[in-house]
Design a protein around this ligand. Sequence first.
Ligand SMILES: Cc1ncc(COP(=O)(O)O)c(C=O)c1O
Length: 446
Amino acid sequence: MRKMEAPNVKTDIPGPKSQAIIKEARKYLVTTTRFDYIVIAKMENDLIWDIDGNVFIDLAAGIAVANVGHRNPEIINAVKAQLEKYTHAGPHDWFDELQLEYARKLVKYVPGNFDKKVFFGNSGTESVEAAIKVARWNKKRPLILAFYGAFHGRTMGSLSLTASKTAHRRYLLPYFLSIHAPYSYCYRCPFNLDPSNCNAACADFIEDWIFEKLAPPEDVAAIIMEPIQGEGGYIVPHPLFVEKVAKIAKKYDILLIIDEVQTGFARTGKMFAIEHFNATQDIMTTAKSIAGGFPLGATIIRADLDFGYQGAHSSTFGGNAVSLAAANATLDYIVKHKLWERAAKLGGEALKLLNELKEETEILGDVRGKGLFIGLEFVKNKDTKEYAVKERDKITELAYKRGLVVLPAGKSALRIAPPLTITEEHFNRALEILADIIREVDRKKA
Ligand SMILES: Cc1ncc(COP(=O)(O)O)c(C=O)c1O
């Protein structure tokens, strides 16, 4: 095979053809797409081509979707085979063997020493909606407790739990009954404590303040938590925080929903990120990378929490046969190649390098992550920790111009979440380019 030179940027970014499409698309498509840098023409494993012929190394994986790489041949073959049989079995009304085969396989990898059942939807937000319903149905309690910085989706139920940016919530009241507690964000501790001796006091806030003054635990059906926050800024919590939250849930007979939509399927160096912590969920929400680039969501619940009547909850396309065939092949691929080990190895090496860069520069304030789920937070000044939003945006722009696809997160962070199948050569090259850009922006600022 011809060796591909990557990245390879030959035009301005966006290139002339991309510019024309972006201009037209802004006229016809509702304003959702965030970046005007590229118009995608083709994707293969860890590379993205735009319609101007530029080649980019992908450090975003379509927001942690392409864990097994873009258009992984094993997934494509499974999809092609399924297309020859049927595409829509109508999982709301009829069974097909694929649903059973995949559910049976999936639950084996979901932590928790109990029987489990699976609900299939089409997306992360649908997984969360199903989790909310299961929790309320079982507990007959109205409230769900979520965390500041959380992202659980944008439909009205999940949006009520999302608290990563007020912009997402503006003008959309009323939300359903939810309350928010501080997340363990040690770099910017909401209580100004030192993580080396804080004993995860942020978790105590739930019991000492929320349950005392605001919401009786008897009214709380579930606590929903990302094991590592994603959109909120790729924030790894204090390990004791997760443990304490799980203990509080148990103590008050509240269900613990762990949202693995972004962190799941080997991305953080374990099959699921909750395995990094001393905690187990009752309900897990998944989506994004589950089906190698095809739309699917799965909510995995403790079997005893099942609704127990037919037709209780559903979605026409949830558990679509083509997506399930893709998910089946994706899980096989992850397990066969132990992708969690690859994520841990490449991520560990990257963290070391990026931590060295943090020492060298003023703007790189915090480097954090697990596996290939790495956040870089930029600050104007390491003492004041003033958010360096413009600098982060400049780094993002330069990254695209030099052939890297990256995504921001939080207020002034950047995420590094490439396909777990990225070649070492491409990953090292991408990190070199990114480090040069960060040094350059750091120098300009100084
Ligand atoms: C943790 C988490 N939960 C839920 C969602 C919503 O997923 P979707 O965009 O598929 O609805 C996201 C999306 O980014 C997410 O990161």
